[in-house]
Design a protein around this ligand. Structure first.
Ligand code: FES
Length: 225
């Protein structure tokens, strides 16, 4: 077999911009703004001088429930993204510096995420509820992260979530959070989570904006001498 030719592009990015009719059960990336986001990424890549990186619009990548989605070759890393801030992070961290934006990567459910391993061997091999809630809480924190000013952070203070469907190992889970109310330091969210097939969780959540240093002092006062 002849050797493969050298790469034509150092990185080749495919962003799904597929449109499906309104109300389609799988949804589509374009209804979540993928076309504008892809155009933003292409323009920013040019501004950053990434001449050896190609940002292409693509048809359906068949991961519609997790969209908007993109895949970067030759490494084959998949991302789900929502905002220009997400794309800036992918550009800077992955395409410029060669790293990975772990919080946006589409990672499969691993054996250690299953109730049978995470909680109790008598339970079936399905995604454990606390792992799903952790993904939802992370989505909530990520939604407000750009608005926090150091040393601010936001602690989870309430969760009310229903686990609607079972997810086996190998499927991908994506959580989303939307701010529904801001009352002083208290922020409320609507949460949802999907796997590759369907919605698997839904609920509400509350976080409180706190001073990181003040929390550290309070913890120190609780430590026994
Ligand atoms: S519509 Fe984007 S992955 Fe299918």
């Amino acid at each position: 077999m002849p050797a493969d030719p050298p790469l034509f592009y150092r990185r080749h990015v495919f962003c799904c911009t597929n449109t499906r009719p309104a109300g389609h059960p799988r949804g589509c990336c374009s209804e979540k703004g993928s076309e504008k986001l892809r155009n933003y990424m292409k323009a920013r890549a040019k501004e950053l001088g990434l001449a050896d990186v190609r940002i292409n619009a693509a048809g359906c990548l068949d991961r519609c429930e997790l969209g908007p989605t993109m895949v970067i070759y030759p490494e084959g890393v998949w991302y789900g993204y929502r905002s220009t801030a997400d794309l800036d992070e992918i550009l800077e961290t992955h395409l410029v510096a060669g790293g990975r934006v772990e919080r946006l990567m589409l990672m499969p459910v691993a054996p250690e995420h299953l109730a049978s391993q995470f909680k109790d061997a008598t339970l079936p091999p399905v995604l454990a509820t606390p792992v799903m809630i952790m993904a939802m809480e992370n989505a909530a924190l990520n939604a407000i992260r750009p608005f926090l000013e150091p040393p601010e952070t936001a602690l989870g203070t309430a969760v009310d979530v229903r686990h609607l469907a079972a997810t086996p190992a190998g499927q991908h889970v994506r959580a989303e959070a939307q701010v529904t109310k801001v009352d002083g330091r208290r922020i409320e969210f609507a949460l949802s989570a999907r796997d590759d097939t369907e919605e698997i969780g839904r609920g509400t959540h509350e976080r409180m904006v706190v001073d990181h240093d003040r929390i550290a002092r309070r913890l120190a006062s609780k430590r026994k001498p």
